[in-house]
Design a protein around this ligand. Sequence first.
Ligand SMILES: [Ca+2]
Ligand SMILES: [Ca+2]
Length: 620
Amino acid sequence: MKRTYLFLLLLLALLPAIAGAQTVAIQRMNPTNWWVGMKRPNVQVLVYGPGAGTLAYSINYPGVKLVKANTVENPNYAFLDLTIAATAKPGRVQIVGKKGSQTLTQAWELRARDNAPKGQGVTQADFIYLAMPDRFANGDPANDKFADLRDPNHDRANPFFRHGGDLAGAAQRIDYLKDLGITAVWFTPVIENNQPLTNEGGTMRASYHGYGFTDHYNVDRRLGGNDAYKAYVRQAHAAGLKVVQDAVYNHVGNTHWFIQDLPMKSWLNQWPIYTNTSYRQQPITDPHASTIDRKTTLDGWFVPFLPDLNQRNPYVANFLIQHAIWSVENFGVDAWRIDTYMYNDQPFMNRCNEALLTEYPRIHIFGESSVNNVVDQAYYVRNNINFAFKSNQPGTLDFVLEGAMVDGLKHDGNAQRLYEALAQDAVYQDPSRFVTFLDNHDHDRFFSVVGDDFDKYKMGLTWLLTTRGIPSMYYGTEILMKNFKNPSDAEVRRDFPGGWPGDKEDKFTAAGRTAPENEAFDFVKKLATYRRTHPALHSGKLMQYLPENGTYVYFRYDATGTVMVATNPSDKPVALPTARFSERMAGFSKARNVLTGESLNSLASLTLPAKTAVVLELLR
Ligand SMILES: [Ca+2]
Ligand SMILES: [Ca+2]
């Protein structure tokens, strides 16, 4: 009896070893597919599954060559280096893995490229709308929650939980955005965030913002999954809207499948004890910075539940670069916004940008470098400064201009800082490719920042929509949504009223908006439409004049026209003699006020109403 018991115990102890020999399996391959005819012929396929790294791999498919099967510390991974000849035919490539008497075969699809628009880029002719899908519109209440996800909650009453907005809802509002004069949509990340609730300062929070990826190759089910995203892009393109994808290279969610079973220790930037990034930009550009300060900024983790990827690891770099290309090719997105740009390894960023631009020469790339001065901002884009490292990023979110516009308006409406910021544009190779903004999902909402002052709101939007750069606007700004990030950023991420079935108010319709909300909507629409249809405002040059007595004047001009913008931030109307502006005004005798439609039959002296930015189309 006792002996039998011991034998059973021994058998149980051996079972995993015996079973292990039988359960070698391939569970994932990333990228999940590739295409024939890409400029880049090499692909590194990550193969994952129990013992996937212990198999001997072979591929017998015309035009597809397995150059090398790489193994790493974790036997559950293999990294297969493939080259795909231009002559290869689309089809199912059988990837064969052998171990002893076992043979595993997995199909990996090689697709034909389609002719759908992709990588179209965004330019100054565009006007970008930033929306957080969970908070914009709910087109499919059936996907609001799933019991098998780590966060199975859905609660609109809780500002930190998921609210159920999705891509189907956003698709239903494409016409609304078109009507507003929007030409491109940027969603906060749509990729799967199958993260549990996280405890942040004692409050349980959901990953509704999308910045903690858990599977790069899946769009979150709660947003509608890959099919809904593809459908959204197709519909947006058909309506003439471009789509900007929000990319996160710096970190992933701590429940990302590859974090749960790390391929190797160096996959992440690991520290002996938990180390947060300092969130400080200075050590990156500072010629006097210490190595540890620089390392902490770059390799410290963004927050404890977002592990920092080691982009100097070539397997990590390949994974991220290929995913970027795959996303553009698969979904057809047009531009690329990069999260926390300055916390990434910058040589890696250059490689990644280069790879995207090689495959899609017109694509636009603009990162988030949350800095407060021109020199630091220049470091992260193509610039004219003799930095030891030269960034190849074509654009950036223009945090410096945001600060300049908003700070001026917040106080007395003075444009001195805006003038000074633009006066330093010489450090950038092409500031016209910067994406400008007044607020975003991480900042206090613009209307609140200017103290609910509608005049200042209009001045800010006028600057945004008439000065250089690619303007972007945060959802709800057009209906005067407001709030400070107090007590938390959830306050600036409220649901768009009318986006949910049964909402009491529907601000997507004129009838559902109040009179001031309609005035704001119509104001944005008028300026956006004028901008879109008048090349001088989007591709013309900018000439600005020294602010005098608080009054700030600039021109956008080209061969097709000249637009004059004159801002009077004071509480009283001011007379503006125009002789000083003759370099731009010579030859013009009349003007049309773009916002009021009023005609001016003399330009000798202008009267600027109190707290107004006047936009004049000069006429001969
Ligand atoms: Ca939903
Ligand atoms: Ca980092």
